[in-house]
Design a protein around this ligand. Structure first.
Ligand code: AMP
Ligand code: MG
Length: 394
């Protein structure tokens, strides 16, 4: 079997997944756009504010008529927020006006209600105001035709707010990569089934699906195959009909019933031993033009394989930013196998980066307690407490 470094295999996977990055944007309703990445720049179709309106509940006046205070002005009516026939201001008079209501042409300032006394059709104004005060000019927030949000923006509530404010109902976002998951293993059953001797619950199916979703993918199917090649072949043929990428777990090692390897090898798949722990045995194939990534079945291996090989391109395809590795000091010394890059499960604590368990790739509970992977280079065999290590957030 070929041997590869993590970098070489990651590069190979990146080439297979490259077509994910050029899929066109998809138009979706604004109400479903939270967390998605804009596929294209959005220019405002309108001015915001849409029209000149009042920032206060108060009185619309012309500033020139209230230069000496106190002053009494006749009140010509009330302008509420909402649709109404437009009215025009006459100098030396006032309209009672509500926040958000159109300021009548000719009026240029709003006197807040707190600074007035109303009596019998007139208002007494206690304080002068300069032109423009408490008037929200049309287009003072954004002008029609100007850039509202740039391509790539990750849509949070505030972005969705402005898209709604300019009246957009739909928005073009990066398409979610469609991921299909197939787990393999004669020993696997669904949670809820009674376990017969030798059986275990299938955790990789839901784990890979959750990993994919957490990184912006849409999971189109989760299937499980026994170690019968015919069954796996059928499930794979179905998966590639709807998926942009298929993730499989199990069946790629050196045992007697390696269903993924047996099925895909004749179809030109590449199986390699990657110099890493966990996750050494890795495979890739292209079936009906759809890339298929074959991860080993140990639950920790599967999750780590996803993080190292699938996550970067799935995130990028969905328009999500890469997960940046950071550095942290080791809480305790560690040793590592020469020649293999280790991804050790660890937790960030006040005393530093603390390993949560030994190297066993079946330690799925310990994986759950981890919040980072410590990335120990292949040529490093020992590290001291306090030494800075690269950690990959989970
Ligand atoms: P394999 O890669 O198929 O040789 O499986 C390696 C180990 O991972 C074995 O102990 C399997 O029982 C276990 N395993 C494989 N697939 C799953 C799965 N979907 N869920 C939980 N454990 C699994
Ligand atoms: Mg198996």
């Amino acid at each position: 079997m070929t041997t590869r470094t993590v970098e070489q295999h990651a590069q190979h996977v990146a080439e297979l997944l490259a077509p994910l990055h050029t899929r066109p944007g998809e138009e979706i309703p604004l109400g479903e756009a939270l967390g998605r990445a804009l596929a294209a720049d959005v220019h405002s179709p309108v001015d915001l504010p849409l029209f000149r309106n009042s920032q206060m509940d108060g009185y619309a006046v012309d500033a020139a008529s209230i230069t000496t205070v106190p002053v009494m002005l006749p009140v010509r009516g009330v302008i509420a927020a909402g649709p109404a026939e437009p009215v025009t201001h006459l100098p030396g008079t006032a309209y009672r006006i509500m926040t958000g209501a159109p300021v009548p042409p000719g009026a240029d300032a709003i006197v807040p209600v707190e600074d007035t006394v109303t009596s019998d059709g007139e208002v007494r104004i206690e304080k002068t105001r300069s032109a423009g005060e408490f008037v929200r000019e049309r287009g003072s927030d954004v002008r029609a035709g100007t850039l509202l949000l740039a391509a790539g923006s990750l849509l949070a509530a505030r972005h969705i707010a402005v898209l709604a404010a300019v009246g957009l109902q739909r928005v073009s976002v990066r398409p979610r990569p469609r991921v299909a998951v197939i787990t393999t293993g004669a020993e696997l059953v669904d949670a809820g089934s009674a376990l017969r001797p030798g059986q275990i619950y299938d955790s990789n199916g839901i784990a890979l699906a959750s990993s994919a979703r957490a990184n912006g993918a849409e999971v189109v199917s989760i299937a499980r195959s026994t170690d019968d090649p015919a069954e796996f072949r059928t499930l794979l043929a179905e998966a590639v009909l709807t998926a942009d990428v298929v993730l499989t777990s199990g069946g790629v090692s050196m045992g007697d019933f390696e269903v993924v390897k047996e099925t895909l090898s004749p179809l030109g798949a590449q199986f390699a031993h990657v110099a890493m722990q966990p996750g050494g045995p890795q495979g890739t194939a292209v079936v009906n033009g759809v890339p298929v990534l074959n991860f080993p079945g140990n639950p920790v291996s599967t999750l780590v394989s996803f993080e190292i090989f699938a996550r970067p391109d799935i995130r990028r395809a969905a328009g999500l930013p890469p997960t940046e590795a950071v550095e942290g000091p080791l809480a305790a010394p560690l040793t590592s196998v020469r020649g293999k890059r280790q991804f050790l499960r660890a937790r960030r604590t006040d005393t530093g980066v603390e390993l949560v368990a030994g190297p066993g790739s079946h330690l799925v509970a310990a994986m759950a307690w981890a919040d980072v992977l410590v990335d120990v280079p292949a040529d490093v065999t020992a590290l001291d407490a306090g030494q800075l290590v690269k950690v990959i957030p989970l």
